[in-house]
Design a protein around this ligand. Sequence first.
Ligand SMILES: [Zn+2]
Length: 443
Amino acid sequence: MTETIQTGGSTQTDEAVRYLRDVLRIDTTNPPGNETEAAQYLAEVLRRDGYDPIVRESAPGRGNVVARYPGTGALPPLLLYGHMDVVMAEPQRWTLAPFSGEVADGCIWGRGALDMKSLVVQELMVMLMLRRRGVRLRRDVIFAATADEEVGGRAGMGFLVDHHRSLVQAEYGLSEGGGTTMYVAGKALYDVRTAEKGTCRFRLRALGRPGHGSVPRADTAVTKAAEAVLALQRARFPFRATPTVDAFFKELCRALSLPPDMHALDEHNFDRVMQILPADLAHYLHAITHDTVVPTGLRAGRKINVIPGEADVFVDGRYLPGQTAGEFLGEVRGILGPGYEIESTDMSEPLEDPPGDPLFQTIRSVMHRYAPGSIVAPIMLAGATDAKHVARMGTRCLGFGPLRVAEGFPLEHLIHGHDERIPIEGFAWGIDVLHDIVSEFCA
Ligand SMILES: [Zn+2]
């Protein structure tokens, strides 16, 4: 199945493909991560082009690499960042070995080919291009490839923000979370991540009277925990439209050529449009217009003939911008009623960049050159990225990893799935797109 690389003969593409294949061959499955080897590799590439990269480990093996292209300093820096760690792969379910970096069917294969060693290499290429061309910029451009994003980023971007802030302090940050072609009614749509939901994971504990399994009771801890799971599953949080989703919805309606009276985002129009969307997209839009709670774990009882005194439910909660975690948990308590202890285990604040942001405008104008006729729309991520750490510096974080894919390419099944791979042509196209975004925004 392996073929020789066909890249259209561009040396820039050949170079980028070589770097991506090399980086994919470094197993950075997190845990444990082992990102230092990848950080050293990227540092060596940067060094060959005259950069003076800095590698900082948060713990042995957990390396992060930072490099800076200096501008005049007239404006504050732009941070191009990305994570080098990947989620685990099940090799027996893959067509090609997940850490082989093989090229086949016009794609580069490997765990991290989409999420997100490809964007790290695209950013690396932009750094090399800026320096080779000697571009004069008003902003510094900072490159940061980090560890640990897949497990929360504390050993990666969180570590840099907490302990080496001067290396990554920037007005703007650009990373993953958008930029791949979506198709709506045959039209290409590119999303720019300008918002993220907040995370509020919690442990919910039900208490009850312990006892012998031979004597039934009505309200054991286990029964109460099961009732809580059902209550959360059936809960309907209110529909809420933030400015990001409002802007996305209007672009979506344009793509679908819907009459103008449907473009106003209210619950009624939202429900009407959801009916005509592919199920996956409708599902996603539901998640970014509602707070959500998903029970993902249960723990109770140690012995089958003992009624336990407590039972725990683990819940992945996500809430929309414009409210606090405390308000969100208040809603959860209202759903559950009394009799439960709630302890939050993992939190991150929601983010939302105001519409009309200058970096968004630059992305849109560059995209109109590279993908004429396509729609460029802001979107909210239902999950969270390392932007949660970067935003702690007051940085405005957008997500746009330009990648052009053909209609039908099964992108959403490949990210964190089997046979992850990236089309070479669309990956190479994205390098030029990203270069122009960076150089125009920082000029
Ligand atoms: Zn990622």
